[in-house]
Design a protein around this ligand. Structure first.
Ligand code: ZN
Length: 390
């Protein structure tokens, strides 16, 4: 018992049952042996995991290599050691107490414990510390020794969003804080890890619901009036400033709609105004059903939306697509004179703040199939079906 007295509960749990405990052994020797199935079985599942560089076992144990004095996580990309030189430990600390150093390549300590969420936490911390660098999945994969595919999948399983979306949200949070603190826009952008300012404007204007400058001025004492109504696509919200409609959204419940509005216009004061917005609601519903289409079959409601130059070009073009017709993303890109900007077109569609009024639902894949819609593919399908029928 004198030997075991200084072993922690953690290290005890990895003592193989068959290990005879001898009071003559030093604690260190006990630990070196503890992991270590003496027979160095090739059938040990841990060894199989090491041979397979199994990312899924990362965090569950580490393996130490006596010939190099280094310990690694199972997925380490380094050359596989000989079986007889390998010992297993449950925790990095135990390997270190036994005299091993952490591998610099796979950094086995950055995953501790054995839960997935720990590894995801480590990735989060890494992202937070590298917001000012382009963080591709490939780069993260290298850093954490996981295939980009697996890394993304596990990350999404734990957090529900992709690493890229996580990075975006970190930048945005930081930017908001910097702007609220009164930093200049350039400074705030730079410090939040946004690259060139044009890219920032593209992104943040849509994410903030306004330009960063406007956000900074807190300008947003503006009053936004809104109303919710039934529509063929579920509950619909129309919100407007004094100058025109600033938001048209669909959701299942009014609660969701209001939450979204709050998120998009955090500083605005929001006022319910069913009566004042009724005529726009009716116009929109009639249009969705294909009623009273004018010669150009387009819907002309006054809009008050912020857009980058590129977004404005895309959105203006979308408004020229006739009721019932569709275009592919690349057709839109060609039509606005930016044939290679297909993905940017898709992004502009995805950030459309006013459903139906800017008919981004009329943009479909090349082969005519649906593709994404900010308010759900089912709604896009339903809208297009309604347009076909009328
Ligand atoms: Zn390693």
């Amino acid at each position: 018992m004198t030997t075991n007295a200084i072993l922690t509960a953690e290290s005890l749990e990895l003592m193989p049952v068959r290990q005879p405990s001898s009071s003559t052994r030093t604690p260190e020797a006990a630990q070196r042996r503890s992991d270590a199935s003496r027979d160095h079985s090739n059938d040990d599942p841990r060894w199989k995991a090491v041979m397979a560089r199994d990312v899924a076992r990362d965090g569950e144990f580490v393996f130490a290599v006596s010939s190099t004095g280094v310990y690694c996580r199972p997925s380490c990309a380094a050359r596989r050691p000989r079986r007889e030189n390998v010992q297993f430990f449950l925790h990095p600390e135990q390997a270190e107490r036994a005299g091993y150093r952490a591998c610099l390549r796979c950094r086995p300590k950055s995953i501790s414990g054995n839960s997935r969420s720990d590894s995801v936490k480590a990735i989060c911390r890494f992202i937070e510390q590298h917001l000012d660098e382009p963080l591709t999945l490939g780069r993260l994969g290298k850093e954490f020794h996981q295939s980009p595919f697996h890394l993304q999948r596990r990350f999404k399983q734990v957090l529900g969003i992709t690493p890229r979306a996580y990075a975006d949200s970190c930048r945005l949070r930081l930017l908001k804080r910097n702007l609220q603190a009164g930093d200049s826009v350039t400074r705030a952008m730079y410090d939040a890890g946004y690259g060139s300012s044009s890219r920032l404007y593209e992104k943040t204007a849509s994410q903030l619901g306004m330009t960063p400058d406007k956000y900074r001025r807190g300008a947003i004492a503006a009053t936004i009036r809104y109303t919710c109504a039934d529509s063929p696509l579920g509950r619909m919200l129309i919100a407007a400033t004094d100058r025109g409609i600033c938001s048209i959204q669909f959701a299942r419940t009014d609660g969701e709609l209001l939450e979204g509005l709050k998120h998009e216009f955090p500083f605005a004061s929001r006022k319910l105004d069913d009566g004042g917005l009724q005529s726009w609601v009716s116009a929109l519903l009639r249009h969705m059903r294909g009623k009273d289409l004018d010669a150009s079959s387009s819907l002309s409601l006054p809009l008050d939306i912020r857009a980058t130059a590129f977004q404005r070009r895309v959105w203006t073009y979308l408004q020229s697509i006739p009721f019932g017709a569709t275009r592919s993303y690349s057709e839109v890109a060609r039509a606005i004179g930016r044939p290679r900007a297909v993905r940017a077109v898709a992004r502009a569609c995805a950030t459309n703040p006013v459903a139906v009024a800017i008919p981004c639902h009329r943009v479909v894949r090349q082969d005519g199939s649906m593709s994404g819609y900010r308010w759900g593919v089912e709604r896009k399908q339903a809208l297009l079906a309604m347009e076909k029928e009328s």
